[in-house]
Write a protein that binds this ligand. Structure first.
Ligand code: ZN
Length: 492
């Protein structure tokens, strides 16, 4: 290999190693670290981030990449360099002063948001959210992507997605989801009583450890630990860790385990020869969510899945409920105030609400002080329920306090991609869902590896879906999936 290329690969590897080190510090922070270590840990993480950023945007490295990309290259090297150049061009648009300003504003905002949420005090959080909106508007100007300013924010999470396409997609979904929700509400089964399903701490642990191993998230390359808000961390190609919250109900901690295991399987099955290069990783947040939601909703909430799993569930959680009651319970539709507790249908309405408010804030058509009222109005209109407090309303999510705008839409994009992949998988392997009755998931995993994981970041989310299904993002497939599923459950 030429010495220029060797140097580029060496720097990429160092960047990946720094990134992995930070991930480990973050994982520890959220699982095992004594709470008083927080301030020092924040400094450790920030010093490594700064080192990595400076190494990445160093003029000599930029020059090397820009010059080498002009020369004759092998196919894989070209793909790596093109991806790297795109990442570099994005990173250098934000000057160090902006990155520093952002980390200061959001550190303070996050701490204040925690207090504001606990005290149900929006006024406390208001000036911080105002600063963040101003900062995000500045980010739009700095990045300056064509079209709507919000495109620049979306691009950080879902490259190539535009505000116009999202508006169209969400307008369609909103109408169809509300229609389906109303049909469900009119069904006699809508009033079916909830069943209690408690479980000992030990039972929860056994069941969660069992399912993640069964899915293929093994001890050799992963582990499952306890945390407050479940997440997945990638330290490197052979160390991808997941978490759940055993203090929550069995329903919650089981499905977060499956969700996070879905994220982990994506990263654990990326091509080994992409490791420590720009091509390694999930291609977008939407595609990552499609994987976690595929496992969580399409697989683990299906009746076939519980044919095998219900006896295992009963062995660990002796709750006395029937399989039929349990399968209904985990798929029950009911509009509620909290996004993270929402069912598969209303979840998307929570996302659409947040997208619409973010857009108006960025456009300047909505002032921060008007957010609580606008939130309640939209909740009433889309879901028919209104939060009495801001704690259960606009203060519920952490994202805005961390300066994360343009992220929420990727959850619904993930649901759409998951439905599209599901039908493509069925077309390819019509009997595959019957594997679940025997607790066999390897054919499903193999299919996802072949059609999603193996591309790493070499293709965009939409290119992957197009290759597999023959078409790009198509929200009507999500509606088809939801209608098919819920018509059976609610006898529509
Ligand atoms: Zn997720």
């Amino acid at each position: 290999m030429r010495k220029e290329l060797k140097e580029i690969y060496r720097v990429q590897k160092e960047l990946a190693l720094l990134d992995g080190t930070n991930s480990l510090l973050n994982w520890d922070l959220k699982t095992l670290m004594p709470p008083k270590g927080f301030l020092d840990r924040a400094e450790q993480i920030s010093v490594i981030s700064r080192m990595a950023h400076n190494k990445f945007i160093a003029p000599a490295f930029q020059k090397l990449v820009n010059e080498t990309i002009q020369t004759r290259l092998r196919k894989k090297d070209r793909a790596v360099l093109e991806r790297l150049k795109k990442d570099l061009d994005k990173a250098k648009k934000l000057p160090a002063s902006f990155v520093e300003e952002e980390s200061k504003i959001t550190a303070l905002a996050y701490a204040t948001w925690q207090d504001a949420k606990a005290d149900n005090n929006f006024r406390l959080f208001k000036p911080h959210l105002e600063a963040i909106v101003a900062l995000k508007r500045k980010e739009c100007r700095l990045k300056d992507l064509p079209g709507h300013p919000y495109n620049s924010l979306l691009d950080s999470f879902e490259e190539g997605m535009t505000t116009g396409r999202l508006k169209e997609t969400f307008a369609y979904l909103k109408v169809e989801l509300i229609k389906l929700l109303n049909e469900i509400k009119a069904s006699p089964k809508y009033k079916r009583k909830p069943v209690l399903s408690e479980c000992s701490l030990e039972g929860k642990e056994q069941l969660c450890q069992f399912i993640r191993k069964r899915m293929g998230v093994n001890d050799g390359r992963s582990r499952l630990d306890n945390t407050e808000h479940p997440f997945t961390t990638t330290i490197d190609a052979d160390d991808v860790r997941i978490t759940t919250n055993y203090n929550k109900s069995i329903k919650k901690c089981f499905f977060s385990t499956v969700h996070e295991a879905g994220h982990a399987l994506y990263n654990l099955n990326l091509p080994k020869n992409y490791q420590h290069t720009a091509l390694w990783g999930g291609t977008s947040l939407g595609m990552h969510e499609s994987q976690s939601r595929f496992w969580e909703n399409v697989i683990a909430r299906s009746p076939a899945f519980w044919k095998y799993m219900f006896p295992v569930f009963q062995k660990n959680c002796d709750t006395g409920i029937s399989e039929d009651d349990w399968v209904f319970e985990i798929n029950k539709v009911k509009p509620s105030l909290i996004r993270t507790a929402a069912d598969e249908i209303t979840y998307n309405l929570h996302i659409i609400l947040r997208f619409e408010l973010e857009l108006e804030l960025i456009e300047g058509n909505l002032k921060v002080r008007q957010v609580p009222k606008a939130w309640k109005q939209k909740m009433k209109e889309y879901l028919g329920v209104v939060p009495r407090t801001n704690r259960d309303g606009c203060l519920q999510d952490v994202h805005w306090s961390m300066g994360i705008f343009g992220y929420f839409p990727t959850y619904t994009l993930g649901n759409i991609y998951a439905a599209q992949l599901y039908y493509a998988m069925l077309k390819d392997k019509p009997d595959i869902m019957s594997d679940l009755r025997r607790g066999k998931y390897d054919r499903v995993l193999k299919w996802l590896r072949k059609h999603v994981h193996k591309y790493g970041r070499s293709l965009s989310a939409e290119e992957i879906v197009e290759k597999t299904t023959g078409e790009g993002l198509n929200p009507s497939v999500l509606i088809k999936y939801l209608r098919e599923k819920y018509s059976k459950i609610y006898d529509l």
